[in-house]
Design a protein around this ligand. Sequence first.
Ligand code: C5P
Length: 236
Amino acid sequence: MVSPIVVALDFPSLAEASSMARMVKAHVGAFKVGLELLWAEGPGVIPTIAGLGLPVFVDAKLHDIPNTVNRAARELGVRGARWVTVHATGGSAMIEAAVAGIDAGSSEAGILAVTVLTSIDEATMATVGIQGPVNRRVASLSALAASVGAEGVVCSVAEVPFVKSAARELLAVTPGIRATGSAPDDQARVATPEAAMAAGADLLVIGRPITRSPDPEAAAAAIAEELAPGRSPPTQ
Ligand code: C5P
């Protein structure tokens, strides 16, 4: 994968998601299939999107007992997911079961553990009884995820250094990407693409800034150009 840009295909139909994916494909490195598309169309979307030639990140956000997560992760791996997300707060046995499940389904896929959602700030954490600060929480969940074989974690840009110091080998995957001055939407902890790269992020998950732009292809191209000036469009 050459480009770190992962486009979140947050659409209610495969037709809309595929059309967006084709539009931006030359400028990005992977596609993310999330809950909206998975629930609307089912897991059959995974091989279809993978057929476009870029890796597919399945943002399933699994969180259940280890056996159930193991079997679900296997099914997603079989269908061609390159990455599958689980909630790190499911604990080490659950994350480990997910890793074993995806390994059983695919030799090339890995698990990403979601630490603290980028829509959540410390005040929200407190309302559900989770102690901050966010940084410390992300660091401890990262160490946990790494200890049982996760390939990476999902966190906001501000926490990337804490992920890397907890476990250098983990991929740091960052949603909450916004250009300076653009609307944060429902995201609480946002950063620009350049700031994400400077912080050491490995993959940048970008949805609405590309997919709700009046010209998605131009938006994707502009972000790609900002990240790697003059580089030709990526190929897998
Ligand atoms: O549109 P936007 O760029 O905010 O999309 C971000 C994407 O990343 C969404 O698909 C969202 O579900 C996902 N995500 C997130 N925060 C996390 C994990 C995933 O925003 N911690």
